[in-house]
Design a protein. Sequence first.
Length: 199
Amino acid sequence: MPQLHDPFGVIAKERQLARDLVDAVRASDVERFADALEALDYDDDAFTRAMRDMAKLPRPSTEFQSYCFDLWLRHGDHLRDLTKGTNVLAVGLRVLLPPYTGPALMIYRGDSWINRCRRTYGPSWTSSIEVARHFASDTSMVTCAGGSVLLETLAPADAIVCAPGEIDDRYGEREIVVEPRRLGKVKVVERFEQRSIDA
């Protein structure tokens, strides 16, 4: 296999950052994990690599999962922004978060029309149609090109990674984290016309 030309050590650094994060998960070491996350310093390539590699790991301790659960509740938006590809994030979260063990669930999501057309749904859904409607109609989502949509799907149990809203619903969002590629048919329940930011 040909060696990649990496004169500034960018690829080597990215690999090491990812390895540090994965090793912390393997050891269920919260302190090392926190240090490794801080060292990433917005390196989305390294974080994406780490999440991909985490899919091969056994689950860490329940204490470690509790730490990651709290981290997800407080900084989930930031972690989503760090990851290139929602399915990569979801498979990593399957290792990090407390597992879902219940039945199939009807879930909802407020999303942009563009994401609907591309079928590029994120991992965060909700078991509340009212919450999803709020995200579709009363947030910046509705200012996206083509407006926004309220989506609905029956998520099979094996598509559900974790059900934060059933463990700690501190933000009232009844969040359900899924692996989007495992979802079946996703239906548009409502569509909202694009509005300007000032409207």
